[in-house]
Each structure stands twice: as structure tokens, then as C-alpha cells.
Design a protein around this ligand. Sequence first.
Ligand code: HSE
Length: 399
Amino acid sequence: MINIAILGFGVVGGGVYEVLKNNAYDISKKLGGDGSQLVKVAHVLDLRKFEGHEVESIVTSDFDKILADDSVSVVVETMGGAHPAFDFSLKALQSGKSVVTSNKEVVSKFGDVLLKAAKDNGVCYLYEASVGGGIPVINPLINCLTANKVTRIAGILNGTTNYILTKMLVEGAAFEDALKDAQERGYAERDPSADVEGLDALRKICILGGIAFGKHIPTEQSALCRGITQIDKADIAAADKAGYAIKLLGVAKLCGDKASLMVAPHLVQKGHLIADTVGVFNAVSVTGNMVDELVFYGRGAGSLPTASAVVSDVIQAIRCPVAETPREKAEEGFTLPLDECPVKLYLRVKAFDGAADLGAVTALDGGEMAIITEEGTYGALKAKVAASGAVVIAEHFVL
Ligand code: HSE
């Protein structure tokens, strides 16, 4: 029997329990067992009592009890929030227990510290579920694509906002109703402003960029974090006419020996898988210098999909408790400020004669035009637009 503990019995923690129970036979066989339950949840840490629930007898509010239990080899951290989740994870690693998490806030803030603690103690810190819900993207980046220099990662990394955008666009739902629906389905963060304002996606792109570029990148080092609140219906219609869909993307690009990282609404050309990704689904495009472009697609949030990734990491921790190479923090200047980031712009402008000098033009109703520029640094493009005399009504990025 392999004993584990689950810290936080919410949407994801509860899902982990379900996955272990529902797939007990397959998990046992995959770990070389005879089919009877091999991975047992010995403790659940939560402040709630869960009276009448089958976990009632194993619920505790005392983390030290779990720490002191030498039979527990893997701790699942699905608490959310930075503290005490980070502190408990560090203590667990330091006491020789592997830690598996879905907590993107902890990974994006303290991943470097926790990976080092795992290595120092000969155990692992695994965090596949922190990005993309049920989609395997971290393991592929660390393992399958390790022969490549990754030059770009771009993706829909937040299920809640993609769900909201889809509901608003396809069903004409009001923003508040779509958000409430996403919350009821267990997609949204406890504070949904982290979804809507882009912070959740930013944490995720910083985690992915950190793996791809070999440095821990704190969110503060990104160029921009812009959510979905500034997307105007007129731009959705203009983008559509020009052959694009608007999606909230996290984008990390390698720019020589530096990197640009941002979250913002982007126009994505129709026909690209990302443009067709709707609802709670995420899609992550990874470009490697040898493999070219790959797209990872699936459910980016929700109890069982996210728990699927957590439990796979639990199985990996049991099979092979070997730590990933820790990363140093990105030095000052590794990430580019917005003005120096290479981007393409979409501009909705008042119709004017010099528009074609700025890029490809689509005529819109009401005496307006949509312009898609060529790639340049944001600062240079802005200067060119200002010099053209264009009256800009709206601006977004283009993938
Ligand atoms: N709130 C997150 C989302 C949950 O909507 O994508 C999964 O990380």
C-alpha cells in the first residue's frame, strides 16, 4: 500500500480522491499491483469536517500529523493560495515526501525554491496540473521536447475566460451570467478577478516560459497583463471580418538571449486550432526549433480533468522519485519591457488615406478600418502609428 495525503479537499482535491477510487484497478496494475487498491488516501487536510462523507475519519486540520506519518510518501497540495500551501509543501519535501500540486500561484512564485528542496531531499516536486488542467503540457516540455530550443509558447491558458468569451459570443450571454455559470461549474478561481484580469493565465505562461527558457520567471518580470474586460464587441466583429477570432492568450517568446512574456487579448487567424478553441477548453501552441509547431488541446479546468493530471503525477512520483533540475531565478533584464517586445498589432481606426502604409486593411462599417501590422517592436510600431496620424479607436495584439 502506498499512502498519500491530500491537502485541501475542494474541487481538485475531491477530484483526486474520485480518480484514485474510480481508477483504482488500472492504477494498481500500472504500478505493478494485483488490481486491488494500491494508492490509499491516508489523510485529508481541511478545516471542514466533511461529516457523513467517506473521508470523515481521515480528515484532520493538523498538518504536523501528516508530516509525522512516515508511511505517507506523497503529499498532494490542492489548497490554492500562496500560504500556507508553500510552507506545507516545503516542509513535506524537507521531510522526504514528494509533493504534487495543481497550485499555479505557488509554482509561479516559489517553484525554484521547491524544486531545489526536492532535489536536495531526493524526492520530486511535480506540477503538471498547474497549467492547462487535464492537458499534458509540462511533462512534454520537460521531457519529450527537451532536444529543442523552444522559441515560442502561445495559448489559451484560462478556461474560465474562454468559457465566458464563448458564452458571450456564441450565446449572447451577459458577462456576469457567464462568469456565474463558470463559478458554478468549478472552473473559476476563488477570486475570479484573477481569471478575468489575466493573472491566472500570467502565472501559467510564466511557469511554461520558465521551463522552456530554463529560468524561474516571476510574474512581475512579464511585459503586460491585460484581461478580457477591454474586449469590445465591435472588435470581435471587426476581427471576424478580417478573418480572425479574439482570444485571451499567454505568450512567451524567445528573443535572442532574452524573452518576452505577456497575457493579453490576441487576434488569432481562423483555421489555427487556437482560434477554434471554445468553452472551457485550453489550447497551447509550442514551437521548437527542431519539431516546429505542436498544439496541446483539452479541458483546461474542472475537477476530474485537473485531478487526472494530479494523479498522473502521483503515479510518476511513486514510480520514479527523481527531482527535476532546479532553475535559477531569471536575472534582471532577461525579460523585455513591452516597448521592446516583438508583436503584431490590430488597430481599429477612423478610415484614412495612409492606412495601407501601416499594414493589411479591412474596411469596416461606420467609416472605420481594421489594420493588421507586420511584426515589429511594440515601441516602434506605436511610434509609426502615431506618425501616420491614425485615429486609433482600439488596439489588440495579433498572434
Ligand atoms: N481558474 C482556472 C481556469 C482553473 O479557469 O483556467 C484552472 O487552472
